[in-house]
Design a protein around this ligand. Structure first.
Ligand code: ZN
Length: 175
């Protein structure tokens, strides 16, 4: 049994060496090049500009959205020969988004990847339109309130766009 253990150990060692070999990012980087990106936001639209990477046939776009624990491949786009390519991403939620991309090329039926670009982080704040916010009213009051504890009484939530038709803004808490 001891001999068997030794053989197994040897096999494991060989396997780990074998597994480590194909991961050679330096060589891949020389061929595809490291991608670089810049990111601009306008509202919930995020424009990712990818600078052309030598020999890349296209790019993989990775996103880490709010709540994600790791990056996820979001999309793949092809190189179109232009110096820069802009990719548009629409944020669904508020919070921090992180992006990174990497170039790829296909060679002898295998896909080779360049190194990841630096990760770029943007923060998205959804603007709440004023008319859709919730305000509070009381049964007897003539005002609507931003605070549900502005004075004494029982405050009931109501949409602002409904409230403004019947009530006037509270001078204390609505500014
Ligand atoms: Zn008030």
């Amino acid at each position: 049994m001891k001999t068997l253990n030794k053989i197994l150990l040897l096999l494991l060692m060989l396997l780990s060496v074998f597994l480590a070999l194909p991961i050679n990012t330096d060589a891949a980087e020389k061929k595809v090049g490291k991608a670089s990106i810049s990111v601009k936001t306008k509202g919930d639209t995020i424009n990712i500009t990818i600078k052309k990477t030598d020999k890349a046939e296209g790019y993989e776009i990775y996103v880490k959205a709010p709540g994600d624990t790791k990056y996820q491949k979001y999309d793949t786009i092809s190189q179109d020969g232009s110096k820069e390519r802009t990719y548009t991403y629409t944020a669904k939620n508020e919070g921090d988004y992180q992006f990174k991309v990497r170039g790829y090329k296909k060679e002898n039926g295998k896909t080779k990847y360049g190194n990841y670009s630096k990760a770029v982080k943007v923060s998205i704040e959804k603007e709440k339109s004023d008319s859709s916010r919730t305000v509070y009213i009381t049964k007897t009051g003539k005002c609507y309130h931003y605070k549900n504890n502005c004075g004494n009484g029982t405050y009931t939530p109501i949409d602002l766009e409904v409230a403004i038709k019947k009530y006037s803004p509270c001078k204390k808490c609505v500014k």
